[in-house]
Design a protein around this ligand. Structure first.
Ligand code: MG
Length: 258
């Protein structure tokens, strides 16, 4: 099931996206699916008549995972970390489908990173790997935009990974996905730049959620970005990033400078 967050007139709504590509419809659901379950209303819209929003604005955090693909670690001259390399992005970094990625003034080297994102469905802590599926609401596409120059010059990654618009999410949350071997693709201006699979992860999705939950209590709506495959590169004003994950859909965002 694909759960989207969107606006038709004013207030954001949640809905179920159904139908074939190009002719999808959205059925509005009652309330917030993270707390009230998924209950349909009688109201339907054509997908093309709504504006999709980020499918979730995390109430507490986006957790990132650095260097979780061998080839990506090596393309930037880094070793594979012995311990999981975790970082946080604030919820103010999140934007939705087609929202602009705004290049910050303090960096000349912003890179795209196509990533599978886990959306947490239940409050949890110290989750064993075999029970991780119980705490996952679903999966979405994400772009872990990174100020590569600032990542090197600052002592930690807060500015480099957490600036406004550095975490586009969407287009919706797919609640039924086996995350162990799905394709992750990233395009820049229509040119395929990243072409990997979750099967290439050093630590798989379920292991990562378990590891993250040892450090942080996870709340409904928290997001874990699970790392990017090789092929990252810089973006410029006027570019468009597209991230497609098999079984979910495609997230597209323009790049602007203000
Ligand atoms: Mg990343």
């Amino acid at each position: 099931m694909r759960i989207a967050r969107f606006v038709v007139d004013s207030d954001p709504l949640y809905g179920i996206v159904e139908g074939d590509s190009g002719s999808e419809e959205v059925t509005v659901i009652h309330g917030d699916p993270f707390f009230h379950g998924v209950e349909r209303t009688a109201v339907r819209h054509k997908l093309e008549d709504v504006r999709l929003l980020a499918p979730i604005i995390p109430r507490s955090k986006v957790v990132g995972v650095g260097r979780n693909f061998v080839e990506h670690a090596h393309e930037l001259g880094n070793d594979v970390p012995q311990q999981p390399l975790l970082f946080l992005k604030p919820n103010t970094a999140v934007v939705g489908p087609n929202d602009p990625i705004v290049l910050p003034e303090f960096s000349e080297e912003i890179s795209y990173e196509a990533e599978l994102c886990v959306v947490i469905g239940r409050i949890c802590k110290d989750v064993p790997e075999e029970r991780v599926d119980d705490v996952i609401f679903g999966y979405t596409c994400g772009n872990d935009l990174t100020a590569r120059d600032v990542q090197k010059s600052d002592l930690q990654w807060t500015r480099a990974k957490g600036f406004d618009t550095s975490a586009p999410l969407g287009p919706w949350i797919e609640t039924e996905l086996d995350p162990e071997d799905v394709a992750i693709k990233g395009w820049l201006n229509g040119e395929l730049r990243q072409d990997g699979s979750t099967s290439q992860m050093i630590r798989g999705v379920r292991e990562l959620v378990s590891i993250v939950s040892q450090a942080f209590t996870l709340l409904p709506g928290d997001v874990i970005m699970t790392g990017t495959p090789a092929g990252v590169g810089l973006v410029r004003e006027g570019d468009r990033c597209e991230i497609e994950i098999e079984g979910i859909g495609k997230l597209s965002n323009p790049v602007v400078r203000r």
